[in-house]
Design a protein. Structure first.
Length: 717
């Protein structure tokens, strides 16, 4: 409300509203914020500043590096986690100057995203089942998308660009959003991609295209001209002439605007150009064209230029793309992931708006097409998705791309497999103290700033309040309890009032220290345990855990999370039996990571319903997990919690990842030769607490514990 409105006017306005009377237009600009030139209005819309400030950053935890990188060199990043929180983390990295293009400029040069369309439609997956259903729609989806676009614009370099891929049902809303966020003047193209040749809709016209909206951050944006192959009808129409050797050419105008002199065209003598025109070449150039037989003579004796088809780059790229085929069931690059886009589509976009070494971002990476295209073209990249299946499929495709060495230039760039918002505490314990300190300060959204008060060393501030790291590095056997907090209070008394945050590893926290908040005198001590789950008081709103889909129908659901958690090992009672053709896997019982141990006996079906999916590598090499088969929880439920894996063409060692709905993982490596042979087994009722069944032991199954360490193969607890 405008402060110029007097108390008397406020009372008058209230009276008019109570009587149901209309207000004068005079008050409109005083009472309401003036809208931008283009702006969508809807419920629960947050301001840009609110989005940027309230989103929680979650530091990236590297799990595995593929390839070697020199010290200080860029490493590509494949990140699992909620993209809004990851975008906030990337923005902080940009602020610190850590997102560099090869030319030294800061920020993302290109962002290409293909988010869920929020259409409430059902898509068919490779198994003929429902592939996904968008669960948020309307204003909720618009705000979901808008929050991410706000961050993307901030992340772009000054000459950066965004390509937003949507279907026709939401593209008009997205256009209004992008005009609001990027500015209408920075709209470059609406690209129409013809994704299929035919589609029959009973009561309307067949939908055969999708839309890609192209925006730049500013009036300056990188652009490399691209060309499309001519279609046959164009060639027949325009390249209709042939030389004696069969080379096709078109007859092109040999003049340019502006008057010019006559030129001598060999035996035909001097010829004047048309009025107001000039010949394209000087006399030496004309002589060269004649010598190379590049002049075409019309019936009227007019010289024209031969433009050969085999020398043409093609038709300059326009906004209707009909030459890139979609992924179909027989496509060699298909991985069975719903809505997978062809690499050629991403490559065209990357070539147009980046140079080699530029940084490309896809925060809805799905099966990893953008990362694969960027890797092939020698670009730096960051790929992020909330689903672990998407990350594993991307990892497999990237490793294949690097192995095949299909890039057009440069050597393959190493990449880090990272997690954001779901952390492995065992990796934290392996960090040196300085690295641990940086991670914890980022995790709890603290500003790094070392200072001393009353002889106590503080590592930073959180919302202006001091943050102290319990110095377990100085005394590894020391545990922090109430006595330690009392000693802090004594030394800080009179020097600090309000809150003091104390970060401590849970392994160094006194088991009797149950509470998270301790008021001592005038100081309120917050104990931040690592790992910890949702100390909501310091964040002001409840944490929302990132869930993994139980069904392929939920695979691409738009997700919003807040906060972070630490991985906890699930338990599974599983039995393996092989026959001549298959390895049969029977899941008798399952316990999600983090449940009370006493719950396992009584979980029955509910226990297995916490199993989101099982992923398998039937050619495990002992080092890297490359998913070859996967089964969602609903598939397993429908099939009696059992599945079969073909032995033909498989390796001697299988690797299994059993993942619960919160993303925790149990991993097992199986030597096929040691598995007991028999017929197809029946499903057993849940009955044991152990993660290993008696039948399994009798089968002589060997589990290589060393091969299943987190840093070697997988994302999970």
């Amino acid at each position: 409300m405008d402060p110029r409105i007097s108390d008397e006017e406020i009372n008058r306005l209230v009276s008019k509203l109570k009587r149901g009377e209309y207000l004068e237009d005079y008050y409109r600009r005083l009472l309401f914020r003036e809208a931008k030139e283009v702006e969508l209005a809807y419920a629960s819309k947050e301001s840009k500043s609110q989005i940027l400030s309230s989103t929680m950053a979650v530091p990236l935890q590297p799990l595995k590096r593929y390839g070697d990188a020199g010290e200080g060199e860029w490493t590509n990043k494949l990140v699992v986690g909620d993209n809004l929180q990851v975008l906030k983390t990337l923005l902080e990295m940009k602020t610190r100057g850590e997102l560099k293009n090869a030319d030294g400029s800061n920020g993302i040069r290109l962002c290409y995203i293909d988010p869920p369309f929020a259409t409430k439609r059902e898509f068919q997956g490779s198994r003929g089942q429902r592939a996904y259903r968008d669960k948020i729609a309307g204003a909720e989806f618009i705000e979901f998308l808008r929050k991410r676009l706000v961050f993307i614009r901030e992340l772009l370099s000054e000459d950066g660009a965004l390509y937003l891929h949507l279907d026709t049902r939401k593209s008009h809303y997205a256009k209004a959003l992008l005009d609001e966020i990027f500015g209408e003047a920075n709209f470059q193209n609406e690209i129409i991609w013809k994704r299929t040749t035919a589609h029959n809709d009973a009561r309307t016209m067949g939908a055969v295209h999708e839309t890609v909206l192209f925006y730049s951050k500013s009036s300056i944006h990188k652009w490399n001209p691209q060309f499309m192959k001519y279609d046959e009808s164009y060639i027949e129409t325009y390249y209709r002439y042939k030389d004696a050797d069969g080379r096709r050419f078109m007859s092109a105008d040999y003049t340019g605007a502006g008057a010019g002199p006559r030129r001598i065209f060999g035996d035909r003598g001097p010829i004047a150009p048309p009025k107001g025109r000039h010949w394209m070449h000087d006399q030496a150039g004309v002589d060269r064209m004649l010598e190379e037989d590049r002049i075409f003579w019309t019936r009227n004796g007019v010289p024209r230029l031969k433009r050969y088809l085999d020398e043409s780059l093609g038709q300059p790229l326009h906004d209707l793309w009909t030459d890139i085929l979609p992924i179909v069931s027989w496509s060699s690059e298909g991985v069975g992931y719903p809505t997978q886009k062809p690499v050629a589509l991403a490559e065209r976009i990357i070539r147009a708006s980046t140079d080699e070494g530029d940084l490309v971002l896809d925060c809805f990476s799905g099966s990893g097409t953008t990362a694969v295209a960027a890797e092939r073209l020698g670009r730096r990249w960051i790929a992020n998705d909330a689903g672990k299946l998407a990350i594993y499929l991307t990892q497999r495709r990237l490793l294949a791309t690097i192995t095949e060495d299909v890039k057009s230039s440069s050597s393959p760039c190493p990449f880090d497999l990272c997690t954001a918002g779901m952390y492995d505490n065992s990796l934290l314990e392996d960090l040196d103290f300085d690295s641990y300190k940086r991670f914890c300060l980022d995790l709890f959204e603290c500003r790094q700033e070392q200072f001393r008060i009353g002889g106590i060393t503080f590592a930073g501030r959180r919302k202006g309040e001091p943050v102290h790291l319990f110095p377990f590095n100085l005394a590894p056997e020391l545990q922090m309890g109430v006595d330690y907090l009392d000693s802090l209070h004594e030394r800080l008394k009179g020097k600090v009032s309000g809150a003091v945050f104390v970060i401590v590893p849970i392994t160094h926290c006194d088991p009797g220290l149950f509470a998270d908040v301790f008021p001592i005198g005038k100081i309120l001590f917050f104990v931040l345990r690592v790992p910890y789950s949702a100390i909501e008081a310091i964040h002001g709103r409840p944490f929302k855990v990132l869930d993994q889909p139980f069904s392929e129908a939920d695979l691409n659901d738009p997700v919003d999370t807040f906060g972070f958690d630490f991985m906890q090992l699930p338990e599974v009672d599983v039995r393996y039996v092989k026959n001549e053709d298959n390895l049969h896997v029977v899941i008798n019982a399952f316990k999600r990571g983090g449940l009370d141990p006493d719950d396992f006996d009584s979980l029955e079906e509910k226990g297995r319903l916490d199993l989101a999916m099982v992923m398998v590598d039937r050619h495990y090499d002992g080092e890297v997990f490359r998913v070859s088969d996967y089964f969602f929880g609903d598939q397993l439920e429908d099939n009696g919690w059992t599945f079969a894996l073909p032995l033909k063409g498989a390796g001697t060692r299988f690797f299994f990842v059993f993942m619960d709905t919160h993303g925790n993982e149990l991993r097992e490596s199986i030597e096929i030769a040691t598995v007991k042979s028999g017929g197809k087994p029946r499903v057993k009722k849940p009955k044991v607490k152990s993660a290993r069944s008696a039948e399994e032991v009798e089968a002589g199954e060997v589990v290589d514990e060393a091969a299943v360490e987190l840093g070697e193969v997988t994302i999970g607890g």
